[in-house]
Design a protein around this ligand. Sequence first.
Ligand SMILES: NC(=O)c1ccc[n+]([C@@H]2O[C@H](COP(=O)([O-])OP(=O)(O)OC[C@H]3O[C@@H](n4cnc5c(N)ncnc54)[C@H](OP(=O)(O)O)[C@@H]3O)[C@@H](O)[C@H]2O)c1
Length: 269
Amino acid sequence: MASKTNGKVVVITGASSGIGAATAEALAKGGANLVLGARRLDKLQAVAARVTDLGGQAQVMACDVGSRDQVQALMALAQSRFGRVDVAIANAGFGFAGRVHEITEEQMEEIWRVNLLGTWYLMAAAGPLMLKQRQGHIIAVSSVVARRGLPGMGPYCMTKAGQLSLVEAMRVELRGSGVYVSSVHPGYTQTEFFQQASRRSGSPVRGGGKIQSAQVVARKIRSLIEHPRPELWPMKMLRWAMLLTAMMPGLSDAAIAKTMRPRGRRSCD
Ligand SMILES: NC(=O)c1ccc[n+]([C@@H]2O[C@H](COP(=O)([O-])OP(=O)(O)OC[C@H]3O[C@@H](n4cnc5c(N)ncnc54)[C@H](OP(=O)(O)O)[C@@H]3O)[C@@H](O)[C@H]2O)c1
């Protein structure tokens, strides 16, 4: 039976490593046509070569999602090469550790620009195009921390919560139009994320709890594209844990304070 992603045109930001690269490969196996963006062109080209080996097609473009022009150019590349965009995945993002009152304005502005504004740039470019097509799927790769701020990771959690708010709003705004909007909430996933976060923070940043591979998350993103739904939580238990924290914020504060210290073991996923 032909895959439901066969022939779909999918734009992915942050596709040079981790979840973005694994998603490109998972979709390539189903015969998707991919348009991949990130800053490191050499890494993107390596992902594109794997996509081709797996039976898909890939176009790559150096794209810093902190620039609206570059995000629009990525979408324009998809349109000019394939004539439409079926799925747009805002996946690019990074984290760093720092207490809310100690981080710099530059750090705050950068994470806001890349993780949140970068997501919105893609949504804003995809929205009108998909409305015109009368079909499409916009996906933002958020995190479990979208539902609960964690000590030492406030700015990162803020951007993940912000992505979820944009997704929730846009999903209802476009209801009935043929354009679907979803969020993805991975837990601790084995990627370059923590290495990059440690480099930015100047001290080790580690995830917490059970770890999953980027390939597992990618397969679930493929199933989200095949069967659109509002939210994807690759580790289902974490969804319930986050709902409990929302219902009992005081108790949650106490539990989190016991297990995480902002200046000691840092966790961000
Ligand atoms: N790993 C986890 O435990 C985890 C858990 C929950 C959510 N997430 C989320 O999953 C997404 C993917 O992260 P990952 O875990 O796969 O980490 P990763 O391996 O570090 O991948 C991050 C990707 O984002 C790209 N990126 C970073 N800044 C960018 C910018 N300014 N413009 C364009 N691309 C940029 C990177 O490419 P270049 O450096 O080449 O630009 C890279 O391809 C992120 O949004 C992250 O917040 C991760």
